[in-house]
Design a protein. Structure first.
Length: 137
């Protein structure tokens, strides 16, 4: 029964995560996340000094690459745990040890809601950041 319900459980958690992220972004009145943190943000950074502007842009590019790598790993982890579900269920039936089930559920929940946590932290960061500080205003 767990093998057949696991994909529905994962799909439900992904739906909840996407709904929570959408709720956060719309509550922040920023339109879409791409409008808040898209390519236009990098091209609008101007600090008044060419070297400082280049350093700030390089910092944001580093953060974008780092987050993209984390989310690629997140996607593979969710896929691996989804594929691992029948094997884990078989081992749980043989061993009757539910510790592995809690580890499986914890890893699925943690990896799925990582996007929500990052979105929440980013929006908090933007709330404390002065408006358009990178424009030199």
């Amino acid at each position: 029964m767990l093998i057949t319900l696991a994909p529905l459980f994962i799909r439900f958690l992904l739906f909840m995560n996407n709904s929570l992220v959408h709720l956060l972004v719309t509550a922040a009145n920023s339109g879409t996340l791409d409008a808040t943190l898209g390519n236009s943000m990098l091209t609008s950074i101007k600090t008044g000094n060419a070297i400082t502007t280049a350093l700030v842009i390089a910092m944001f590019i580093y953060l974008f690459v780092k987050l993209n790598i984390k989310f690629i790993v997140r996607q593979f982890t969710i896929i691996i745990f989804s594929v691992f579900t029948p094997i884990a269920c078989g081992l749980w039936i043989i061993n009757k040890n539910v510790t592995a089930a809690s580890i499986w559920a914890g890893q699925i929940i943690m990896n799925i809601f990582m996007q929500f946590v990052y979105c929440f932290l980013f929006l908090i960061y933007l709330a404390f950041l002065p408006s358009r500080w990178w424009l030199g205003c």
